[in-house]
Design a protein around this ligand. Sequence first.
Ligand SMILES: Nc1ncnc2c1ncn2[C@@H]1O[C@H](COP(=O)(O)OP(=O)(O)OP(=O)(O)O)[C@@H](O)[C@H]1O
Length: 290
Amino acid sequence: MISLNLKKTLKSAGGKIDLNLQLTIEKGQFVTLFGESGAGKTSTLRMLSGLLRPDSGTIKVGETIWFDSHKNIDLKPQQRKVGYVFQDYALFPNMSVRQNLEYALQKNQDRTIIGELLEFAELGELEQRKPETLSGGQKQRVALVRALVQRPEILILDEPLSALDLKMRIKLQEYLLQVHKKYNLTTILVSHDIGEIVKLSDRVYELQNGSVIKKGTTTDFFGLNKTSAKFRFSGEVLKIQREDVLYVISVLIGNDIIKVVADRTEANNFKIGDQVLVASKAFNPIIQKI
Ligand SMILES: Nc1ncnc2c1ncn2[C@@H]1O[C@H](COP(=O)(O)OP(=O)(O)OP(=O)(O)O)[C@@H](O)[C@H]1O
């Protein structure tokens, strides 16, 4: 169990945000922090991993206290069992794939983990290559397994796939799920991609202005239990067009645009940019705000 009780005054372009966050995450869960830009998601993860000091509060992981402002406990980042994967890979450009992983080894750590991870991520043939010669997906696989070298208990994924194209994202999502299970991790993801969140995570916490404003199982959070559907996709409303008495709502799903017919009352529920689910039982798609 991870228990976070964090207070921190953050400085945003528009003024101050008082982050005040209580969060409990069960061991072994895959959870997502969701919410608009500037809500405090990355700051929360940086506080958990020891990269940003809370003004006050506590961080407890299992029976160990990682941070307690009253007791003056503040474990260094390297003492916290956290693997961190960033959107921009953060690999060392002058080191080969293998060297990037070896650099993460702790003193006296058994080196066999490097071979195991290279094999797991299918990077064996690329181990002597420098990052600049790799594709985005390959670089992110290196960054992902590098985060596992020190056998973390918690894996933090801060928008890890947002720089990748759709095909690569789908492939990497599979890796993330495999890694989560194989290494018995508690995984915390930041993502804006609803399809990705639904596919990967057990629970979702929505942050706004530094507080949790909504939480639940992924199914409840996105209202997925409200429609029993044969298929269901998530996407973004691109256009709402009136055609005679009906409206046509264009929804971007992956690289496709799907058009859904709605009446005026239904169409009034949506605006451009809304995240929506498009579901169908047979031939009549149902469109629902999320
Ligand atoms: N070290 C810091 N000290 C004070 N304020 C900070 C610090 N780091 C970030 N902030 C501010 O905190 C606010 C929240 O930033 P944060 O990166 O946590 O948001 P986010 O929810 O992850 O957003 P995004 O989705 O855009 O990454 C921002 O306005 C940012 O400028």
